[in-house]
Write a protein that binds this ligand. Structure first.
Ligand SMILES: [Mn+2]
Length: 443
């Protein structure tokens, strides 16, 4: 349910998010003092600066890593963040999510909203696309995340002058169709908190982009731990938000399989507040029939080359878009496959728009989805990349523009699909199988 897009909304988002696959080492780990956990009965309980050798348990508890272990850089970020919020006390902000919000985005935005409330900053969380993954729909229904869908048409009729700032959470504006209108309205970008690779030259008052963080929920949890808001198990909204954060953390880390130390520490902290039954209910949500059909098509159509599994799934409805990352999740589980790419043409009946949407999933640690997709598909005329990613996941979106439209006959649709299918495949195979010669003129 995470989505993974970069410049495009990451189709992964739904369970995907297109995040950057960064191979860099975790700088936090390097910045941190070493600690004994659990305390070593023979030595110093907390090896940070405890020079007097006093190792009573009390001290250990107080300096529990959840509560206090932050690098100077983190301390500084928290301080900057607090000051930014303080400067905008009383002003209304709009929190913009990617078009296909995933649990990481939803829960992180909610947390931001709760923090902002402490500074008397009212916020509206908005997205332009669709909640497509069954787990995302369940999450929103069961927790009541305060969320508004603004279509591209609707946003043009809104009074945007009430907003003093745009907040981008788990994205950098490249995956939201709303950004154009917000830019025209001259609303400054006040805050960006994200973990995708840097997408665009954005200027914002406060920027916290950590490509090594596996989830934006980890970053927001650290803000909670730093004291920007005090979670209370007796407040239902807090419990629900914590549950959403746990879901966001899990879904962006492949159920914590890809989590790193700081993600585990965030999850450990959140575990004090979340509702396991509620999370279970979200995770139990069943796949819809159209999603099953798309997975079936991806299986039938896949070709495997050099351990890459590639499958085009044809046309699908906007509401079923999340079937693409789910199919990629499935294809990557095949023996001798390390990377799966699934794509299709998503049709938005309201707007008569068609977009080629694709998702990449990989288990290959040396493959950077962000780099791979940027190289495969390049940029549009504005210099914006068609795709990007994060760790082990990526996505792309290529607008069809003039060739959009569903009114044609079957024959024509088939022709159109065949062309796009061949083009996408060709671009991918050029990278996957460079020895093979492709016809000249293919770029
Ligand atoms: Mn994310």
């Amino acid at each position: 349910m995470q989505s993974d897009s970069t410049s495009s909304a990451d189709p992964l988002q739904e369970r995907s998010s297109f995040d950057s696959l960064s191979l860099e080492t975790n700088s936090f780990a390097l910045d941190r003092p070493a600690i004994d956990f659990p305390p070593n009965p023979n030595g110093v309980a907390f090896s940070g600066n405890n020079s007097n050798g006093n190792n009573n348990y009390q001290e250990y508890r107080v300096r529990s890593p959840y509560d206090t272990l932050r690098s100077p850089e983190q301390e500084q970020k928290v301080d900057q963040f607090r000051k930014t919020l303080e400067r905008h006390r009383g002003e209304r902000q709009v929190i913009v999510l990617q078009d296909f919000p995933d649990p990481d985005a939803l829960s992180s935005a909610w947390t931001y909203k709760l923090i902002a409330q402490k500074f008397d900053i009212p916020t509206d969380i908005v997205y332009a696309g669709t909640l497509s993954h069954q787990e995302n729909i369940a999450l929103v229904k069961l927790t009541g995340i305060p969320l508004q869908r603004w279509t591209v048409q609707a946003v043009k009729t809104k009074d945007l002058s009430i907003y003093r700032g745009v907040v981008l959470i788990d994205n950098q504006g490249t995956t939201s169709q709303l950004m154009g209108t917000l830019r025209e309205a001259n609303i400054p970008i006040t805050v960006i908190i994200d973990h995708h690779s840097l997408q665009d030259d954005l200027t914002a008052e406060f920027v916290d982009i950590r490509t090594h963080a596996r989830a934006t929920a980890t970053i927001l949890t650290q803000y909670i731990q730093a004291g920007l808001i005090k979670l209370d198990s007796n407040i239902s909204e807090h419990v629900k938000c914590a549950t959403a954060l746990m879901h966001g953390l899990r879904s962006d880390t492949n159920r914590l399989m890809q989590a790193q130390e700081e993600d585990f520490l965030a999850a450990a902290y959140i575990s004090r507040f979340y509702d396991t039954q509620l999370l279970n209910a979200v995770l139990q949500s069943a796949r819809s029939r159209p999603v099953m059909d798309v997975i079936e098509r991806s299986l039938k159509n896949r070709t495997v080359q050099n351990s890459f599994s590639i499958a085009g799934v044809g046309f699908l409805r906007y509401d079923d878009r999340d079937a693409i990352p789910q199919a990629a999740d499935f294809l990557v589980t095949e023996d001798n496959v390390h990377t799966a790419v699934v794509y299709g043409i998503v049709h938005d009946e309201d707007d008569e728009i068609e977009i080629v949407v694709g998702s990449l999933r990989t288990n290959k640690i040396t493959l950077d989805p962000d780099e791979f997709l940027k190289e495969a598909f390049g940029q549009d005329a504005q210099g914006r990349f068609f795709g990007g990613g994060r760790s082990q996941a990526g996505g792309f979106e290529i607008p069809i523009r003039f060739l959009s439209g569903f009114a044609e006959n079957n024959e024509y649709s088939k022709l159109k699909w065949n062309i796009y299918d061949a083009q996408v495949k060709q671009k991918l195979l050029r990278l996957i199988n460079p020895e093979q010669n492709y016809p000249k003129g293919v770029s």
